[in-house]
Design a protein around this ligand. Structure first.
Ligand code: NAD
Length: 441
């Protein structure tokens, strides 16, 4: 049959049948649910946890007006999703990013529940955010947006109820604005007893030493455990990092002290490569000045495919979720992927990487350092204490090491991957509390 005939019959077939819609890509929450279902299959869990954890407890969606620098008003959409508070107050970051939407925040909130459970800290899980590109706003606008958002949240947050922290697009300044707004809308007599309304604050305003670098520090503690387990020498090793913000840059700076060399970086502005090594201090200064890695003089520009397929020992996604598709998973040439970001892998990527003998240290373990030190900040605020950085780091190290070992042992015992093991351990703990407490009435 000629090509033309092929076309004619294809045209007829499509005329006979209603056109089929292309399948929408899986959302982050859908991917998370598939991962969770694998975990429930191996966890020693009753029915209550399976039913209750399927959806968040509260979904708060707000539209609030803010006056822009040009005098005009603009409406913003903000979210606070409170997934579960069985183990303690809701806890989780606030994201400012133009892609923030309900499904994304739901997945991030659920991951917080499991992260806190796995690390055995007395918090539940939540996440929030505003659909906004923070780079398009002046500092004055960002302050007004943050304050209006906090005011609109009202009593939906509280130091013993729901405690926000920084995430993508937010930082210690954002947290200080949130704290100040919250304090000033309540009675002035106990203002200073409310500093623990947010964590990740600046040191001057009640933050903890070691909090800024905490997520990167936790990532590195996991890498050190992995290296011990695999008998791998970190001095002289190589790493690629996606995202050079809080998590990516601190991970790179701490790894440099261990002799690990950064050879490729990708962020929202592009990808760069230098097989001789990229100086993380100079790159961080460049990013601070220029808003991204693009144009950094100490490396060559490369494509995103080059970034993913660079031969390295360690690969650290530390940007957005769902970055590693099945196709990307087939290109990766690393020994281990350590998830600085939340949810960077698609469901199929886990299977492909397992077949290719590439280890994955999952998000709820690898990037838990941030929430662990947030917990330390919360305790310090409640007790009016300030701890030394050595105390913070050593307490963090103990928790990360123990959690890593629990995940490793569970994975080996049940013959599952570490994501399934980490989630299963987290839900087993929650399930045991439901079994003890039941639901009221
Ligand atoms: P950040 O805002 O400081 O930095 C984000 C980085 O991601 C930037 O380098 C940005 O260029 C890059 N990026 C954004 N969109 C991208 C895209 N489409 N492609 C490639 N790069 C892109 O954010 P952060 O606090 O470092 O958070 C990064 C990740 O780590 C997020 O998944 C976050 O949820 C997770 N995380 C953060 C913390 C924390 O303490 N900040 C704790 C746990 C997990």
């Amino acid at each position: 049959m000629s090509k033309n005939n092929d076309k004619a019959s294809a045209g007829k077939a499509s005329a006979d049948k209603a056109p089929t819609k292309a399948k929408a890509p899986e959302t982050f929450f859908e991917v998370h649910k598939r991962q969770l279902s694998d975990a429930f299959a191996v966890a020693d869990c009753g029915e209550p946890a399976l039913t209750i954890l399927a959806e968040p407890k509260n979904e708060i969606i707000m539209n609030f007006p803010v006056r822009m620098d040009n005098g005009k008003y603009r409406l913003f959409k903000g979210y606070r999703i409170q997934h579960n508070n069985l183990l303690g107050p809701y806890k989780g970051g606030i994201r400012f990013h133009h892609t923030v939407h309900l499904e994304e925040v739901k997945a991030l909130a659920a991951l917080m529940t499991y992260k806190c459970s796995l690390l055995q800290i007395p918090f539940g899980g939540a996440k929030g955010g505003i659909t906004i590109n923070p780079r398009e706003h002046s500092q004055q606008e960002l302050e007004r947006i943050t304050r209006r958002f906090t005011h609109h949240l009202g009593n939906n947050i509280g130091p013993e109820y729901d405690i926000p922290a920084p995430d993508m697009g937010t930082n210690s300044q954002t947290m200080v604005w949130m704290m100040d707004t919250y304090m000033n809308t309540l009675s002035s007599s106990n203002k200073n007893a409310l500093r623990h309304i947010v964590t990740g604050k600046s040191l001057l305003s009640g933050g903890s030493v070691g909090r800024q670098k905490a997520t990167g520090q936790g990532v590195v503690y996991c890498i050190q455990e992995w290296a011990k387990e695999r008998d791998f020498v970190l001095d002289g090793a190589t790493v690629s990092i996606q995202g050079f913000g809080n998590v990516g840059s601190h991970t790179a700076l701490i790894l440099a002290k261990l002799g690990v060399s950064v050879v490729a970086v990708n962020d929202h502005t592009g990808s760069i490569i230098n097989p001789e090594g990229i100086n993380p201090h100079k790159l961080r200064d460049w990013v601070r000045k220029n808003g991204g890695i693009k144009g950094y003089p100490g490396a060559a520009a490369c494509t995103k495919d080059d970034f993913w397929s660079t031969q390295v020992d360690l690969l650290i996604p530390a940007a957005m979720e769902l970055q590693v598709t099945a196709e990307v998973a087939r290109q990766i040439q690393a020994k281990v992927i350590v998830e600085g970001a939340n949810g960077p892998l698609h469901f199929e990527a886990d299977e492909i990487l397992a077949e290719r003998n590439i280890d994955v240290i999952p998000d709820i373990l690898a990037n838990a350092g941030g929430v662990v030190v947030s917990y330390f900040e919360w305790i310090q605020n409640k007790r009016s204490e300030t701890w030394e950085v050595e105390v913070v780091d050593s307490k963090l190290h103990v928790r990360m090491r123990k959690a890593y070992q629990r995940v490793r042992e569970f994975a080996e015992e049940k013959g599952v991957n570490r994501r399934v093991a980490a989630l299963a351990l987290a839900i087993e703990r929650i399930d045991q509390v439901y079994a003890e407490r039941g639901i009221f009435p």
